[in-house]
Design a binder for this molecule. Structure first.
Ligand code: 4AD
Ligand code: MG
Length: 464
């Protein structure tokens, strides 16, 4: 079917005026008197809707059409009239409307305010709302902007596995995957489940990060990034954790922590700029209904230099405010969301990198600093969210990495390939992981991760 999309009308209205057009979409609202009716049509191509004017004298089946329910799918033919003095810049004078699919009166999205919590219960329909469609359009624009940024800088886009036998973060928060019969698995002589008889011949899980394989690729191709789904069986039921989320993980050879930090800042600013350029209407809407400071904040961050602070210094600043916190701060603790947010919102008043964390609270692969206590780690914290990026310089010295893995009780035999990178042409290298949903929360002002994923998977919820 040859049809025009609403986004084209808004982009070049004059090109379409006074010619016969066909549009297709879903009815948002309908109001009418005896002889004239106004339909608000959405086709999903952009944030805007089209006003369709129905006239009893020129539109066949006028009476029947005026009974259409919200949510109905229709195909409209008519001509576009520019209306420079009206609220909307043009309207379509309908000459024919075909009904593709009606929508009865129990359609759950009636013209009134629905809470985000209610909309989660109808995740299959919520992309039809202004808020969620704005979020998902921004999500699309941000994903594209990320690819664009790395492509422009000569990074290779690589694909790391989703099924893996290694725990990249060493935190044990993995979803097991098996084809063994749970009710009657094979056993070894000493009574353990015999994974040698499982599909892959060893225990496997869904990946928590593509980093380890990403390092292998970067140590051959120089600058790479992976961008894919990531899974964590974290038992935390919070507004910023999902069991299935997307992560962007660049990795750069011959780069130290400062290079890594610069890349993270450049990427963030580039993506923010691209989304502000591409989605002004979505951002205006979200600024009005979700977060009144959104545009001011994004505009500021696009041009600002991000702060950088040592973990040790951050702790001493936070300790002075311990009476604000549920969990008091002291050197050695992993910062909680409340501490991260205080640091970025109250102390730094903007995005901040915290660097050089204690080694005991960070993953095995991070490069040990000369003080023997800290590692070359960096987290980027942003207002409203806390941690949005986690990264580090990687331990490139084989003996130190082996010793650390031994200390942590890891089976180095399973990571021989990873250790090999340290034997054959080892070099300093660094990378980070950006939580894509946290980025979308930041870009939209949405406070719950469940509202930036089309079909969120969180503890206790895998519906749809
Ligand atoms: O800090 P994390 O655990 O770092 C890594 O996985 C490294 N291997 C990345 C790397 O260096 N290549 O996770 C990175 C980011 C976090 O900063 C956070 O934004 C996001 O991933 N993240 C989550 N997002 C949503 N739900 C969860 N459960 C998340 N866990 C981490
Ligand atoms: Mg982290």
């Amino acid at each position: 079917m040859q049809r025009t999309e609403i986004c084209d009308l808004f982009a070049h209205p004059k090109d379409f005026s006074d010619i016969q057009l066909t549009l297709a979409g879903w009815l948002r609202t309908l109001r009418h008197s005896k002889s004239i009716g106004f339909l608000e049509l959405s086709d999903g191509s952009c944030f805007d809707t089209l006003q369709v004017v129905c006239n009893e004298n020129t539109l066949p089946d006028f009476k029947k059409l005026m009974k259409l329910g919200s949510g109905s799918a229709i195909i409209v033919r008519g001509t576009l009239t520019l209306t420079p003095d009206a609220r909307q810049p043009f309207e379509l004078q309908a000459t024919k409307i075909e009904i593709e699919g009606t929508s009865p009166s129990d359609y759950p999205l009636q013209k009134k305010h629905h809470s985000l919590e209610y909309l989660r219960e109808i995740a299959h329909l919520r992309p039809r709302t202004n808020t969620l469609s704005a979020v998902f359009r921004i999500r699309s624009a941000a994903a594209f902007a990320i690819h664009h940024f790395f492509h422009d800088r000569g990074f290779y886009y690589i694909h790391t596995p989703i099924i893996t036998s290694s725990d990249a973060e060493g935190a044990g928060e993995m979803f097991r995957l098996t084809t063994l019969d749970f009710s009657d698995p094979p056993h070894t002589k000493n009574g353990a489940v015999d994974f040698s008889r499982d599909f892959f011949g060893l225990p496997v899980s869904l990946t928590v990060s593509g980093q380890l394989e990403g390092e292998c690729m970067a140590m051959a191709m120089g600058k790479t990034y992976t961008f894919g789904p990531t899974f964590r069986a974290e038992d935390s039921n919070t507004a910023r954790h999902a069991a299935e989320f997307w992560m962007v993980e660049p990795e750069i050879a011959f780069a130290d922590l400062n290079d890594d930090r610069q890349l993270a800042q450049d990427m963030m600013q580039s993506v923010l700029r691209a989304v502000m350029n591409e989605c002004p209407k979505e951002l205006d809407f979200l600024n009005q209904y979700i977060d009144k400071d959104l545009i001011t904040r994004l505009t500021h961050v696009v041009n600002a230099e991000f702060s950088c602070i040592d973990y040790t210094e951050a702790v001493s600043l936070l300790e002075k405010n311990n009476d604000h916190f549920t969990y008091p701060v002291s050197w050695g603790i992993d910062l909680q969301t409340e501490h991260e947010r205080f640091l970025t919102e109250e102390i730094c008043k903007g995005p901040v990198f915290v660097v050089n964390y204690p080694k005991a609270i960070k993953a095995f692969y991070m490069r040990q600093n000369d003080d023997g206590k800290t590692v070359a780690a960096m987290d980027m914290l942003v207002p409203g969210i806390g941690e949005i990026i986690g990264g580090s310089q990687r331990e490139e010295r084989e003996d130190i990495l082996r010793a650390r893995m031994r200390e942590l009780g890891m089976q180095s035999a399973n990571y021989q390939w990873y250790l090999d990178l340290r034997r054959f042409g080892s070099a300093k290298h660094s990378g980070f992981g950006l939580g894509f949903e946290r980025l979308i929360m930041y870009l939209t002002g949405i406070k719950n991760i469940r509202d930036v994923l089309p079909f969120p998977r969180t503890a206790g919820n895998a519906r749809f």
